[in-house]
Design a protein around this ligand. Sequence first.
Ligand SMILES: [Ca+2]
Length: 486
Amino acid sequence: MKKNNNWIFPVAFLIFIIFWKFISGEEDLKNNYPNIVLVMTDDQGWGQTGYYNHPLLKTPNLDLMAKSGLRLDRFYAGAPQCSPTRASVLTGRNNDRTGVFYHGYSLNKNEVTIAQELKKIGYNTGHFGKWHLNGIRGPGVPIFKDDEYSPGEFGFDDWISVTNFFDINPIMGDNGIIKEYRGSSSEVIVKQALNFIKKNVDNSKPFFTVIWDGSPHDPFVASEDDKVGFENLDKKSREHYGEIVAFDRSIGVLRKGLKEMGVEKNTIIWYCSDNGGLKNISPSTVGGLRGNKNTMWEGGLRVPAIIEWPETIAPGITKYPASTMDIFPTILEIVGLYPNNKYSNLDGKSITNLFEANKHKRTLKIPFRHDNRGALIDNNFKLIAHDIEKLEFELYDLSNDPTESTDISKSNSQVFELMKNEFMIWNNSVDKEVNAMKFNHPKHWVIIEKYIKYFDQWINRPEYSRWIGRALKKEGPGYQNFGPLK
Ligand SMILES: [Ca+2]
């Protein structure tokens, strides 16, 4: 008797269809991976953009970007200081967990970075500008090839980077080789980043480009043209604001460059600053918020931020609280790596829900810990610990009190106790990681042999002369000034 095999064909066909759908779904995403550009300024305060109606400063290029992208009005730097925030961008984790306790600390080698993850799925990755995650203090010097903590060691294929802040006509490490560049720091790195982008566009490769500017960090040096309109300011403020004008122009060059290459529609540009605004600059840098850089007040943590992705994100403004710790999970979700992959102890969460019309309330609180100070943000509630060891906490309601003037911990004791407990549990989880890690304290480059070799060549460079002079006389501060340790 002949067996009835009629079922084989339909079942095989069904299996084929499911399999094909699965494969082609992955293929679609792969063929359409967005390009990603992260742009970060250094010390630009929350109030220092045209689109927040600054009384003097004009930022036409940022304003255009804010109009066509998603403007995040409550975006937080992961820490109120440079290196710690940079660590939080690359890892999605609080800075203390990564060994970057203060400026100049190196990022622990066992951290997983966005660049490493994106490389695995075929992205080309590049870093341009300030790095400040390699354990070196002092004004930015070129990063060498043999640097154990160079961008190349953390997943970047191509890099033109300096250890720290840099200014007009900088020398930088081009994949570890010293090269001299002409122009403002913003102009220089955007130009180099566009060369990298062009190479990838020509090869049809998705790219991940990190542009970390040295402006408007001190020393403040702007060109005459960029200081027009600031004549009535004191010299320091005039130069500082001039640097933001140069940065803004570089944003225009970047957006225009992407357009000319025809890739702007499927390119995400995520712009933000690395910490809050500076003191002693006029007009104020923080747009009416309390506190400045290096404090847990809003003025120290809240920074301007925009995500532009023309193909996917409708223009808009959101007050949803988010932070630089959300960049890692958000980007990895966009490319399909998160949450399928397990990443240990992330402190951020993906904010792709903001790209859709339905914006939910944030459920995961935003934790901060830096230099024995802490904070925890739960939508409008903000818990602050000025001294974690002494358990000194305060509570603010940012919806009624955006300037954090009234501590409501007594009148809202229930919320206060809950948030305090949650912060302490989180703080213990950070302690556990810190206690298990090995780390080195940062060093100023003037005491590192491979840099001492360049003293003769560099002593007349304006950005280095003071430091080299002091080092030759072996006197501080600056010489062997390690600053606060963990
Ligand atoms: Ca900074």
